[in-house]
Ligand binder design. Structure first.
Ligand SMILES: Nc1ncnc2c1ncn2[C@@H]1O[C@H](COP(=O)(O)OP(=O)(O)OP(=O)(O)O)[C@@H](O)[C@H]1O
Length: 446
């Protein structure tokens, strides 16, 4: 406990901007650790208080964490559930104190962690800008200048004049994000915030974070999405059981982490081998239900009038050509050498969306993922305004087996996932070969 310290110099952004320069260390953690004391009961906690003796079990959520962040770096933090990511972010944000080690922060650090935590429920949205703004170092005079822009970004209209306790959680999130990012900080700490709010708002959040990055803001970004980390971050940190397992180039760290998760997955699969067949059956039933529900909805109304809101971007259909339902108890057979998948989607206003595709073995081993923004080949707009991509694998090279297809709809930048149909279409493929393995990859012999 004794040697823990947090050293914080803050909120004068203008002064900080001039004081800082590229390559300057804006945040340094030195042998930092966080211990949680776990008591069997409140009685034990009480006894410990009275007697000063230890009645707790120690749980180190983080141990020996040492790293530094330089100005302009964008770091993605990944790790399994319980690896210590949130704990690290809270320590860096200053909402938790380290049990051991030191943390040195320079400049304005803004954390988007527990959105809305600083609002007073009885104050209106507008009053809360001044109230909560004050708590994060924005004085009234400065807030008066920022107010219009924050109100416009939050997009809450007249609700700004209602008490925050009457807001939905989505509205609180909008107000909180708009407020927290009204001033570009030196360090921005974001915990999965891209997953909040509705589609257009998510997009605005991503655009704002990207703009901060381009302006030299240091960003520490925790996400379960390797895609977001790959796209936004130049370095990645893999936390494992409270310690830094790897820290460095995004691709290398993501590669190591994905290998780790694949091994975990395989181990789980081995254990659940017996259950897998059952799952397959269940998944098939869900497919059939989803497909027939969709067919019914489409038959009843044009796509734009199904039970989704017309202005919400979404996938309309995923069709695989040449599937033959030849066996009752098995997924349909691909009766062709080519796999041709047609994905149709409703976009968002005038924006040209992007479309993604993934194929896995039925038991969960990923084979390949593709997306139009990765290959600069966006979908085509149809006469009714929807968007369509047709993906063809000529001479499909997978070996015989059962596979499952997922489809994704992204925004124009590829950073916001508008819709996903996970493990939606199951199929069987027969490709007799004498050789073991999963796929015949393109190759040459010499
Ligand atoms: N307040 C607390 N008291 C006791 N243990 C805690 C507390 N908060 C977190 N922990 C424990 O610390 C460890 C790290 O938790 P943390 O929330 O930082 O992990 P995480 O990587 O963010 O997980 P997830 O991805 O599931 O959000 C976990 O074992 C968790 O159970």
């Amino acid at each position: 406990m004794s040697d823990a310290s947090t050293d914080t110099t803050v909120p004068n952004p203008a002064a900080c901007q001039t004081a800082l320069h590229a390559q300057e260390v804006v945040l340094r953690a030195d042998a930092m650790g966080k211990e949680y004391k776990l008591y069997g009961s409140s009685g034990q906690r009480f006894k410990a208080l009275l007697t000063g003796r230890n009645y707790h079990r120690s749980h180190w959520a983080l141990r020996d964490v040492t790293f530094e962040l330089r100005r302009g770096q964008c770091i993605g933090v990944i790790g399994d559930n319980g690896a210590g990511k949130s704990t690290l972010l809270k320590l860096l944000a200053g909402t938790l104190q380290p049990s051991v080690g030191r943390l040195h922060r320079v400049g304005r650090v803004t954390a988007i962690l527990e959105l809305g935590a600083g609002f007073h429920p009885d104050f209106t949205g507008r009053e809360n800008l001044y109230f909560a703004g004050n708590m994060i170092g924005i004085q009234s005079a400065q807030m008066a200048e920022l107010e219009d822009e924050i109100v416009a970004f939050a997009g809450l209209g007249d609700a700004m004049n209602r008490a925050v306790k009457t807001y939905s959680s989505g509205m609180v999130v909008r107000l909180a994000f708009a407020l927290m990012t009204a001033i570009q900080p030196d360090v921005l700490i974001v915990d999965e915030a891209l997953a909040v709010g509705d589609q257009p708002f998510q997009k605005k959040c991503v655009e704002r974070i990207t703009a901060f990055k381009e302006n030299g803001c240091t960003i520490l970004f925790c996400s379960h999405s390797p895609y977001h980390i790959r796209t936004l971050c130049d370095s990645a940190m893999w936390l494992h059981k409270g310690q830094i397992e790897e820290f460095g180039d995004t691709e290398q760290v993501l590669g190591a982490y994905l290998t780790h998760t694949r091994i975990l997955l395989q181990e789980q699969e081995q254990q659940a081998l017996g259950e897998a067949e059952q799952e397959l059956q269940d998944a098939k039933q869900i497919d059939t239900a989803k497909e027939s529900a969709f067919t019914a909805a489409s038959a009843a109304a044009p796509a734009s009038q199904t039970n989704r809101e017309a202005d919400t971007a979404h996938i309309i259909s995923v069709e695989v050509a040449n599937l033959v339902h030849d066996k009752e108890d098995q997924p349909p057979l691909l009766d062709s050498r080519d796999l041709v998948v047609t994905i149709t989607a409703r976009g968002n206003g005038l924006e040209r969306p992007n479309i993604g595709f993934m194929i896995e073995q039925s038991k969960g081993v990923g084979i390949t993922s593709l997306a139009t923004h990765e290959e600069n080949t966006g979908p085509t707009q149809l006469e009714d305004g929807s968007w369509q991509s047709v993906l063809t694998f000529a001479d499909f090279s997978l070996h015989s087996g059962q596979y499952v297809i997922s489809a994704f709809l992204f925004d124009e930048s590829g950073l916001v996932v508008y819709d996903e149909w996970l493990r939606f279409k199951h199929l069987r493929f027969l490709n007799p070969t004498l050789m073991p393995g999963l796929v015949k990859l393109p190759h040459t012999w010499a």
